[in-house]
Design a binder for this molecule. Structure first.
Ligand SMILES: CC(=O)SCCNC(=O)CCNC(=O)[C@H](O)C(C)(C)COP(=O)(O)OP(=O)(O)OC[C@H]1O[C@@H](n2cnc3c(N)ncnc32)[C@H](O)[C@@H]1OP(=O)(O)O
Length: 406
C-alpha cells in the first residue's frame, strides 16, 4: 500500500479546532493552561486551517495565517504557516509535504506571493523552498555597573504604561515604525494582548508580568520587558525595544540596565545592526552571546515578490531560478530593476546567475547577499560582477528583522 497517498488534505471545520489543538499539543509535547488554549482556539477561528485526514482522523494540521509583511519599500500580502503538526503515527509519509502544497494553492488563490514561518527545526523547511530571510543576535548586558555609552541619552521623562493601555498608546507608534525594516508584520490588538502582554509567559522561568516603559510624549520609543529580582541573579528580559533616535534608544537601554535588584539584561533576537552594539562604550559589558535565523520565507510567486519591493539601484540580469515545487517560478527570468520599479519576466538569453528559490528568498529582503551565496557555492555566477550588481539593487539601509513570533 502506498502510505504517501493514504490521506486527504482539506479545511478543518471550526467544530474541529479542539481536535487540531490536541494534535498540535501532542506533536509539540505541550500542555498549555486553559487560558492559553482559549487564546489558541480564538486565533485558529480567524485563520485558515489546513487538515490532513486519514479517513475521519485528523493526522496533520497547519494554521494558515494571513497578514501583511513589510518588505523594502512597502508591504506584501503574506501567509504565515504555524501550528504545523503531524501525528507521531503518520510521520514521514508526506503529510507535511501535502499540507505545504495546499499552502501554495491558498497563497496563489489569495494573491499572497510570500509564505513565512518560524521553524521548530532548521532542517525541515529548506526542501520546501523556505530560506532564512531575517536574523537576529542575542545580547546580554552586565548591569551590575551603570551602562557605559559613547553618546548622550535622551533626557525626556520615562513613564511606565499600564499594559491595558498599551494597544491604544503604543500600537500606533509600532505601526508607524514597523515598515522602516523589512520582515515585520502588523500587530492586532488581540496579538498585543495574547502574545506581548499576557500576564504569564510560556517561557517565563519565574519572570514577572510584562512591563512597558515609554519615552517622551508624543512617544519617541518604548520597551516591553519582564523581570525577576534577586541578588546576584536578578534578570531583566527584554522582549522589544523601538526608538526614533539613537539618543532615545540609549535612554531606554540605560533604564533597563539600571533597575534595582537585577544584574543582567537579556535580549533575544535583536537586529544584528542594533545601534546599541556601536554606541555601547564597553563591549565586555554589552556582549553578543548568540544569534540565529528568525523568519523563514518562501517566495511562492517570485515575480510578484520581486516586483513588489523597491530597488536601490539599476540592474538588468537574467536569473535562472531552480524551484522543484513551483514550476511557474522555475527557469530563466530577466530582472530589470531601477529605483522607479522593476519588471521580472520569462527570458531566453543566457543566465547571469543560477539561484535556488530558497536562496533567492534569503536575498529578497536583504538578509544575505548574493555575493556571499556565490562565495558559499550556492549561487552560480556566470557573468563576472552579476552578484555585485544584484546586491547593489537589493541593498537596504536597515537589515531585515522580525520581532513577532507566530
Ligand atoms: C512552522 C511550524 O509550525 S514549525 C513546527 C513543525 N512541527 C514540529 O516540529 C512538531 C513535531 N514534528 C512533526 O509534527 C512532523 O515530524 C513534521 C511536521 C516536522 C514533519 O512532518 P512529516 O509529515 O513527517 O513530513 P513529510 O513526510 O512530508 O516529510 C517531507 C520530507 O522532509 C523530511 N523531514 C520532515 N521532517 C523532518 C525533520 N524533522 N528532520 C529531517 N527531515 C525531515 C522527510 O524525511 C521527508 O524527506 P523525503 O522527501 O526526502 O522523504
Amino acid at each position: 500500500m502506498d502510505h504517501r497517498s493514504a490521506f486527504e488534505v482539506r479545511e478543518v471545520p471550526e467544530s474541529q479546532i479542539d481536535r487540531a489543538l490536541d494534535l498540535a499539543y501532542l506533536a509539540f509535547h505541550e500542555k498549555p493552561p486553559d487560558d492559553r488554549r482559549k487564546q489558541h482556539h480564538e486565533q485558529l477561528r480567524e485563520s485558515g486551517r489546513i487538515g490532513a485526514y486519514d479517513g475521519d482522523s485528523l493526522v496533520g494540521f497547519a494554521e494558515a495565517l494571513p497578514f501583511d509583511l513589510s518588505v523594502p519599500g512597502g508591504e506584501l500580502p503574506c501567509m504565515g504557516l504555524s501550528f504545523v503538526a503531524v501525528a507521531p503515527t503518520h510521520r514521514r509519509r508526506g503529510v507535511l509535504s501535502g499540507m505545504i502544497a495546499d499552502l501554495h494553492r491558498r497563497c496563489a488563490a489569495e494573491g499572497r506571493p510570500i509564505a513565512a514561518l518560524w521553524a521548530s527545526e532548521d532542517i525541515i523547511y529548506g526542501r520546501f523552498g523556505f530560506g532564512a530571510a531575517t536574523d537576529g543576535v542575542n545580547v546580554e548586558i552586565d548591569s551590575r555597573t551603570p551602562l557605559r555609552l559613547r553618546i548622550d541619552a535622551d533626557d525626556r521623562p520615562l513613564r511606565l504604561v499600564d499594559p491595558a493601555d498599551v494597544p491604544a498608546l503604543i500600537g500606533p507608534y509600532y505601526e508607524a515604525t514597523r515598515t522602516a525594516r523589512a520582515g515585520r508584520f502588523e500587530r492586532t490588538e488581540t496579538r498585543w494582548r495574547n502574545e506581548w502582554l499576557a500576564a504569564t509567559d510560556e517561557d517565563d522561568g519565574g519572570l514577572g508580568p510584562p512591563r512597558v516603559v515609554a519615552l517622551g510624549d508624543p512617544i519617541a520609543g518604548y520597551a516591553v520587558y519582564r523581570t525577576k529580582g534577586g541578588d546576584p541573579h536578578g534578570l531583566v528580559r527584554l522582549d522589544e525595544l523601538e526608538a526614533d533616535t539613537p539618543a532615545a534608544a540609549a535612554a531606554l537601554w540605560r533604564y533597563l540596565a539600571s533597575i534595582d535588584l537585577t544584574a543582567t539584561v537579556r535580549a533575544w533576537g535583536r537586529p544584528s545592526d542594533d545601534p546599541l552594539l556601536l554606541f555601547a562604550a564597553d563591549r565586555d559589558q554589552v556582549r553578543v552571546v548568540g544569534g540565529a535565523p528568525l523568519l523563514r520565507v518562501r517566495l511562492v510567486d517570485v515575480r510578484a515578490a520581486m516586483e513588489g519591493r523597491s530597488w536601490a539601484a539599476a540592474a538588468d540580469l537574467v536569473l535562472d531560478v531552480r524551484d522543484g515545487l513551483r514550476p511557474e517560478n522555475a527557469g530563466r527570468h530577466r530582472l530589470t530593476a531601477t529605483p522607479e520599479g522593476c519588471t521580472y519576466r520569462p527570458a531566453d538569453g543566457p543566465a547571469d546567475l543560477t539561484v535556488d528559490v530558497r536562496d533567492l528568498a534569503s536575498c529578497h529582503m536583504g538578509c544575505v547577499t548574493a555575493g556571499a551565496l556565490v562565495r558559499a557555492g550556492l549561487i552560480g555566477e556566470h557573468t563576472p560582477g552579476a552578484a555585485a550588481a544584484l546586491d547593489a539593487a537589493l541593498r537596504t539601509d536597515l537589515r531585515p528583522h522580525t520581532v513577532e513570533t507566530f
